[in-house]
Design a binder for this molecule. Sequence first.
Ligand code: ATP
Ligand code: MG
Length: 422
Amino acid sequence: MKLSKLFTKTSKMPPHDADTTNAKFLLQGSFVHQEMAGVYSWLPLGLRVLNKVVGIVREEIDAIGGQEILMPALQPKENWDTTGRWNTVDVLFKIKSQTGKEYALGPTHEEIVTPLVGSFIRSYKDLPVAVYQIQTKYRDELRAKSGILRGREFGMKDLYSFHATQEDLERYYQEVLQAYVRIFQRCGLDVKVVEASGGSFTKKFSHEFQVVTPAGEDVILACSACTFAQNSEITTFKEGDKCPNCGGILTIVKGIEVGNIFDLNKKFSEAFKVEFTAEDGSRQTCLMGCYGIGTTRLVGTIVEALHDERGIIWPKSVAPYHVHIVNLNSKDEATQAKILETTLSLYEDLKKEGIEVIWDDRDASPGEKLADADLLGMPLRILVSEKTLREDSIEWKPRAEKDARLVRLRDVLEEIQTFIKG
Ligand code: ATP
Ligand code: MG
């Protein structure tokens, strides 16, 4: 991709009302565009990141037997009456049709998926089942804030599982928990598995996946020595207490909730009468689990966790492009021709090798080009200038490192391939 062809442009200054780092850099770099409070368009660079995040999520959920489907955002009121949630979910967007019929814009999909999967379940032999979707959710949040962390329209992966026995549900719950840990690790995040309230679903705990950062809204009591962590909403511990797990010291940290998994028990299957014939011939009600990941919030969380004062530091796994080429222009005509020729052939070679590369071919000042490379945050910056060509080299600068070094032109391709794999 040539930067001159990208229809979006970076801004010199962050938006004045950006309240968080992700809002600041994602808007300044035109990864997303705000349409109104809590509602964003995803632009080419941002969409590439979101698609990669979604790709990781899909791979890991497929690997634990999730079957992908796509359910509607527009949902019938009757289903919400069946579960009694039409009047109890405060963030539910309600729509009235010109025919007088009422609909919900889905904030979550238990009301659709339960009768849907239920219509295919006859006996214990049809269980377990796990279905998921990657879809747009709507929530009438009182205050949309923190850039893409809390929107009124946002992306979610929601997985729902159906089981014959509690034992089987708990087995699968643990499998999902492990898959979630892998997903967040692959996105470059250090995640805490936190015990939280079971919500309205169950008296037991649920598990939240929290990324510790000052931008987080959640307050967590975490052990500094082991993995023990509880959401402050449910914990009976206080800061300075001994960890019940290892005896270490508990401290208060702030986190962003990127995922949440629940044992739903029979809450929805009872409402929709999802029953099956058990091995002993008796009729029983299914047990369910539900498991969410905020896919768009995850992109914002990566920015909160991985940046410096100049911009984003995308991990290779989700970066819009791996390599960002910058050529610095020279006033000398012959030198300038050589710079352009070298840059173009490097760019073409990388593309031929299937390497995801963006080239800042704009007629902009060196300061502007370097500032944008830092803002946009591709993992590797390659610079071609009169100075580097004098050494038959390019300047090699990983975004996550402080120092640059020269790499011989003839070695560049191989080194880039090694860098991307590593
Ligand atoms: P929160 O406590 O942050 O309001 P929640 O507990 O209501 O979130 P869930 O119903 O558990 O959210 O939804 C699953 C996931 O969807 C969350 O873990 C989060 O990552 C994401 N999510 C929830 N609400 C929003 C939102 N308004 N904007 C963006 N992502 C969201
Ligand atoms: Mg939650």
